[in-house]
Write a protein that binds this ligand. Sequence first.
Ligand code: ZN
Length: 412
Amino acid sequence: MADKAKIYIIDVTNRDGVQTSRICLSKLEKTMINLYLNEMGIFQSEFGFPVTRHETNYLNANLELARKDALSPIRLGGWLRATTDDVRNAFKLVPHLKHVNLSISTSEQMILHKFKGKLDHRSVIKEMTEAVKEADKLGAESIGVNAEDASRTKMDYLIEFAQAAKEAGADRIRYCDTLGYDTPFTIYERIKLLAEKVLLPVEIHCHNDLGLVVANSLAGAKAALDTGLDAYINTCVNGMGERAGNADLVSVILAIKYGSGMQSYSLDEKINLKMTWKISKYASYAFGVPIPINQPGVGANAFAHESGIHADGALKDRRNYELYDFEELGRGEPEIIETGRKITAGEYSGIKGFRNVYEKLEVVFHDDQEATRVLELVRYANVHNQKPLVDDELCFIAKYPDIARKIFTMSP
Ligand SMILES: [Zn+2]
């Protein structure tokens, strides 16, 4: 490896985040998350499920945005089961797909009690390697192989599985702590051994069932980097994700940048935290889940001081009680809230009020025809989101009307 090994972020909000119970995003909201992640310099967004039919238009439309450089340089990766049928279907439905993660369970528990005789240890490896080869043949530029329940998988088998993935052409092995079972001590040891034996970059996918998700993600990444290999940490905005959630995007970045002993490890230099405030607030609104008051970086109390000694100390020198600056996270700007008359654009808006809304956003339409066309799309977007649109959504629709139309379109 020529360059020093680095930590990259693969955000899975649009996959693990949306497959969570009681949590969902509209296709427009998923698109906005991709756009914000791109602005934040995130390496890859796992943007959805290529074989799920209601995702097809959204996925193709987002890949079109990528080709127009609106979603670039971020990579858009699809999540699939590691079967040749799913791989073929994925590339049929989403022909411009370039990046995939292929998933299959590897633990004793799941092979015995989920596959129930349909697959054994041998055939799990066979299915996976055939799927990798198929994805490669169909033009995938990068392939991650997911070992589901890796943390409960016997180490020898996990190494054999990853070795086979590498030989078949995989670029990364995703170590999934599917149940949040690992601790920082075990995940470090296991990933260190895996990395040393297989010499394949490692993706770390952790869950928060024991409250250890960020610590485990860092420990796993450290093990890969200590072996000289790149690490890819899976995150979700605001720590969403199945059950107790995945690693919070902002917490992971802050921990790598400011955690004790982490300074000798390189984080993808494209990442900037300026978008933090915006993406967290947007995701909270889109998911309908408030940001906890004590959330790292973005909680209402993250930079609040009240007790005499702390307030005095923070005022004398912010470094007395703050590890990082709120300005770095895009906080500190006043937010203007209209307290007088406000015209909104909704499902039943008319052209006059609509033009007033867009004038405030400084969006100019060439003629009435264009304005009427965008108004119609904004009405549909409101039906689609079932909540008032934010300014960035309104601007997006005006800028990319044809792509927006595709995103809203679903035909079962
Ligand atoms: Zn997961």
